[in-house]
Design a protein around this ligand. Sequence first.
Ligand SMILES: Cc1cc2nc3c(=O)[nH]c(=O)nc-3n(C[C@H](O)[C@H](O)[C@H](O)COP(=O)(O)OP(=O)(O)OC[C@H]3O[C@@H](n4cnc5c(N)ncnc54)[C@H](O)[C@@H]3O)c2cc1C
Length: 400
Amino acid sequence: MVDFSQDETQLQIISTAREFGREVLQPAEIELDKIGEPDAVFESELFWNTLGQAFELGFHKMGLAENFGGLGLDPSTTGMVWEELGRYGSGFAATLLPGAAVLQLIALFAPGNRELVDRYVLPYAEDTTGRQISAWGSSEPNVGSDGSNYNDLSVRHHTSAVKKGDRYIINGTKSNFISNGGIANVYLVFACTDPSKGLCGSGAFVIPADAPGVSKGGAMDRIGLRTLNQAPVFFEDVEIPDDYMIFPPGDDYPALHNAIITVGNLGVGYMAVGLMRAAYEEALEYSKVRVQWGKPIFEHQLITKKFFDTLTAIESARALLWKASWLCKTRFPGDLKMSLMAKIYATSQAVRHTSEMVQVLAGYGISKEYTLEKYARDAKLLPVMDGTNETLMLKAAQHL
Ligand SMILES: Cc1cc2nc3c(=O)[nH]c(=O)nc-3n(C[C@H](O)[C@H](O)[C@H](O)COP(=O)(O)OP(=O)(O)OC[C@H]3O[C@@H](n4cnc5c(N)ncnc54)[C@H](O)[C@@H]3O)c2cc1C
């Protein structure tokens, strides 16, 4: 029953991702990481050329169903690719990961809405330039971890959706943390129609970025994943057709939110494994040539132990993720507890072990001459992404 072998399709796509990662993603990611002004990254030709090449290879549509022009790959296969993309370009992986969110949810919940499918899903699947990008927004300035606080009726999204004839009027602000917030052409926004119902008063609305009344803030300045655009999005009297609400408010809201968390966090976990691998592989290579006290530092036992521990963490995190992905494949959207266990373990180990690998290089580890310090900075964001590890752990523990 347990089989760790990879099939032909998986081996082929992993090899494509690895080659693209080494030759295109990594050099771009390192150069863009050094740009001080966050918005300058997203104005650069290098950012868009690199993203365009990822689209050309189809990495943006791996999970999208084939009847919508996607590759229809299963969660285990896409996970293996996220690991590779995370290994060579974690910021770009973090851009691609939520970039398909709106399209996949339209395909899932509103497959018969021809207008949305023709306007967004099909052009996304056909895009080879990297310009069709989506973002999803739950977080607001005062709704962070509270996005999972379903039972307290005083907690709700302050972004509102009011029905007027056959339209909805949207008003509100989504927080600085919205991935792709400043570069997306379409949003999936959680907005409240009935404040008396707490978060269950929220529905999910597709909002075109070019609709009158939509505006975006500047890119957030952060310690890591600097090629991921995160920006606030503002809605002022934005009118959308009522069938742009693809998930209605009601008691199913927690199920929808938990399903997004169950699937989305797998990608974050795989990125964490990729980052640990990046740090491990580069530190290992360095440790075999750096000589101190008469021998390569790899041969000092305390350094050898660091490598053994990091490799153990990589293998364990990957094994948990493979099981969680298998559950997602066999019983969509998978098992919340297993997905969160895998994400929490992988991301917390990534913070710890990227830092340990910096320590292997010591003074050179903290120097910008090497990329080790970048991996540690990037890893630090992952225990917050798609829900903080603390609140995800409490959520998962309810299912013990
Ligand atoms: C890289 C990245 C990408 C993101 N992308 C998106 C996106 O695309 N869309 C989106 O909507 N959001 C996104 N987010 C937001 C993210 O999902 C988190 O929900 C949000 O950042 C957490 O809110 P906060 O930062 O305001 O922390 P707070 O909610 O203020 O939490 C602060 C601290 O308190 C702890 N805490 C809070 N409540 C509890 C509790 N009940 N028990 C124990 N501890 C608790 C938290 O764990 C945390 O350590 C992203 C975040 C990051 C870092």
